[in-house]
Design a protein around this ligand. Sequence first.
Ligand code: AHR
Length: 657
Amino acid sequence: MNNSIYRHAARVALLLAIAAPLAGQTPRVLHLDARKAGAVVQPTMYGLFFEDINFAADGGLYAELVKNRSFDFPQRLMGWKTFGNVEVTTVNPPFERNPTHVVLSYPGHDHKYSGIENEGFTGMGLLAGASYRFTVHARATAADGPRKIRVELIDTRDDIIAREEITIPSTAWEKYTVILRPRATETRGRLRVFLASRGAVALDHVSLFPVDTYKGRENGLRADLATLLEATRPGVFRFPGGCIVEGTDLATRYNWKNSIGPVENRPVNENRWHYTFPYRLFPDYYQSLGLGFHEFFLLSEDIGAEPLPVLSCGLACQFQNSGEECHVPVDALDEYVQDALDLVEYANGDPSTPWGSRRAAAGHPAPFNLKYIAIGNEQWGKEYVDRLEVFVKAIRARYPAIRVIGSAGPYAEGEFFDHLWPEMRRLKVDLVDEHYYKGPEWFLANASRYDAYDRRGPAVFAGEYACHMPDRANSFLAALREAAFMTGLERNADVVHMATYAPLLAHVDAWQWRPDMIWFDNTRAAATPSYLVQQLFSLNKGTRVLPLTCDGKPLAGDDGLYASAVRDDVAGCYIVKIVNTSAREQPLRLVIDNARGKYALLPDATVTLLAAPPDAVNTLDRPDAVAPVTAPARFTGNALETILPPGSFAVYRARYK
Ligand code: AHR
């Protein structure tokens, strides 16, 4: 811990311990009305938004360690080195949609070798003693005796840290598996496979996964990252993007039908973040689609979130495609509309239906209970409205219970936004997806954004937002601005039904976009202060909004203070969130009015405080530099006196049952 963070933590501990106003200071008085339950806080209120940007899927959450495992990147051997006698071929492929594979042949001398070596995604994270499942589809190219391959994990000094052999007796394509246990930890390891017999062997879909994935699934997710997602207890999970839904062109859009079924046969797609920013090019960024829609539905189920798929509306990214010829004409959208209808059937249909049977075949006969579908990401203009209308009509006709989400465009206000909102009302979509990547001042000014919003609907989905500091740091100050803004979302839970920070994940050595909610490398992860803010809101979302006032008004900026309150009728408690964005301590008196009868206060209350210097960040080396601290909070009667430290976010929980 550096000195300033240490001093800050000590000061916070002291303030928590005294929890009473400094002598001589007049506290600001906040009133909470225990019985005036307002809007229902939707279970979906705080959620997660996943997009495969910053190597969030392949090389990130998706636990596969081999890059280009199918040899079907356009540069067939990208990610691989070959040695000896290695041929790349598509003749007699095991997988129709990923036909390329390699043949390792005898190099002509017993002391020479033919083999391949994979570099992983900026290397492979390998942990000493952990188990790794190597699988390969292989066949002997002739019936003249079994082949052997040797499989090795290599560290950065070229030492072998794990080794196994596989015998391949058959000339038919078969799947082979072996478990490797590295004797040392290596954060940038690589995989080597070579022919250890005479003859020739064909190999495809060369894969290496930790055995210990999230929920222990093969084709699974990195346990540390998925656990961090689960720990936010998200109400909704939006996937798969973002701009990735649209693609740089229609050919590279996210086609969900390519992302289901056996992973070996999911065709590789170019990742649109590969070349979106010329100053951060990642020519090796492709989507294996191994983390596909089935896995997104499973993950949503595992973490208790409503799945929220976003589908292409037939417009390629409008930032990069201006001509009508780049998009699907409005009268030719049938395939895209059918994709949306089929997705509902895949998620919810009986196993006897064509798409429901595909879900059942993937091991999930029970429905995923899909309730929401978003059409289009950041789209705008008449071209979007015309296309969305076709989808809305078709979805309403076939699945009237599905809630459709439209877009307010890429910006939080302005021409596109002003055009789209009335159109969304006209089309009667259920929610409108608003995005705001803005500076710290915007977040403070917009803490009252929804106080005077039109209450006629549709509801708001704050689908992408993050406070962008000039240096794009994931600092505590940025997180505090987000917290201040979120008190406004919560106060207006009748208008705002969902909110998801963006983007979610970023590899420290392969990012395209900052800031992000969670940073990771090949073996470690760090939750940013923004993550902690999201988590505190989500774990304390309550069930009904309660009015919290200071001098009869909501607290939304006076003296740099922002606040909201809810009642949690399941846990039986009042929850008050107060953000102090000012640089000074603020004495407060919180009075809970009408807390009588079944709403009478019980003695045990707590306060969870997040406080740190403005520039504090969590890093992979110091992931807990900024961390919440929980302590008892003492009410006297129905009032609590306390001091909010400068630059802090406090969550008070007071029980009534
Ligand atoms: O979150 C990163 C990108 O920001 C998303 O893909 C896009 O929707 C927005 O422009």
